[in-house]
Design a protein around this ligand. Structure first.
Ligand code: GRF
Length: 220
C-alpha cells in the first residue's frame, strides 16, 4: 500500500448560504481541488453553510458574533479557533465580518476572499445594486488575497458577465455566482499548488508578477 500524501488543509469561513463552500466541497469530491476542507467556521450559528459542512462530515463550528459585546473579544475567539485548527489555507466564502489585521497578517498569502464585483470597482456591500444603478456594462466577481484593507488585496482571478438591460439584482447575482463556483475552486487549487503566491504585497503566478487578475468570461 502506498502512503497517501497529506493534502493541504483548508478552513472555510461562511456567514450564510454557503453556496461557494458547496462549490469548493464539490470540486474536492470531483478531484479538481487537492485540499482537505478541515473545518467550516461561521460567525452566524444559523448559517446554512454549517449544515452543508455537517452533511459532508466536516467539522463545523460557530463563533457567534452576537454573543460578544466587545469586538476585540470576538476577534480573539476567532483567532483562537483558527490557531487550534491550524489550517494551511483559509477561504472566506460569503464571510460577512472584517477579519482583524493581526489575524490577516498571521495568514498573509494563505488567506483568500471572493468579492462580488470586478475589483477595484465596488468594494463593500450592495455591489449588484450599485453596478446596476451606475449603468455598468460589465459586472462580475474577484478572488483576491486578503490584506488588512477591505476588498483591496491583489486579485488572482475574475469572472465577468455582460450586464443586460433587463437584468435585476437577482438575475445578475445568479449569473455572477455561476462564475464564482468556477473561479474560487480554481484559484484555491493554484494556491494549494504554490502556483500563485503573495510576495512583498504583490500577487505572483508561477513566479511572475500578476499586476491585474486573470479574467474569465462565461464559456471560457
Ligand atoms: C458570494 O456571492 C460572495 O461573492 C460574497 O458573498 C456571497 C456568498 O454566497 N462574498 P454563498 O454564501 O457562498 O452562497
Amino acid at each position: 500500500m502506498t502512503a497517501q500524501t497529506a493534502r493541504p488543509r483548508l478552513a472555510v469561513l461562511v456567514s450564510g448560504s454557503g453556496s461557494n463552500l458547496q462549490a469548493i466541497l464539490d470540486a474536492v469530491a470531483a478531484g479538481d481541488l487537492g485540499v482537505e476542507v478541515c473545518c467550516v467556521i461561521s460567525d452566524n450559528p444559523r448559517a446554512f453553510g454549517l449544515e452543508r459542512a455537517r452533511n459532508a462530515s466536516i467539522p463545523a463550528q460557530a463563533v457567534p458574533f452576537k454573543s460578544f459585546s466587545v469586538r476585540a473579544e470576538f476577534d480573539r475567539a476567532l483567532a483562537q479557533v483558527l490557531a487550534a485548527v491550524d489550517p494551511d489555507y483559509i477561504a472566506l466564502a460569503g464571510y460577512m465580518r472584517i477579519i482583524d489585521s493581526d489575524t490577516v497578517m498571521r495568514y498573509q498569502g494563505r488567506l483568500l476572499n471572493i468579492h462580488p464585483s470586478l475589483l477595484p470597482a465596488y468594494p463593500g456591500l450592495h455591489t449588484y445594486a450599485r453596478a446596476l444603478a451606475a449603468g455598468e456594462r460589465w459586472h462580475g466577481t474577484t478572488v483576491h488575497f486578503v490584506i488588512p484593507e477591505l476588498d483591496a488585496g491583489p486579485g488572482i482571478l475574475q469572472y465577468r458577465v455582460p450586464v443586460a438591460a433587463t437584468d435585476t439584482e437577482q438575475t445578475l447575482r445568479t449569473k455572477v455566482q455561476e462564475g464564482e463556483y468556477q473561479i474560487y475552486p480554481r484559484a484555491l487549487q493554484w494556491l494549494a499548488e504554490g502556483r500563485v503566491t503573495l510576495v512583498g504585497g504583490q500577487a505572483l503566478i508561477e513566479g511572475a508578477p500578476l499586476p491585474t487578475p486573470i479574467i474569465m468570461e462565461a464559456g471560457t
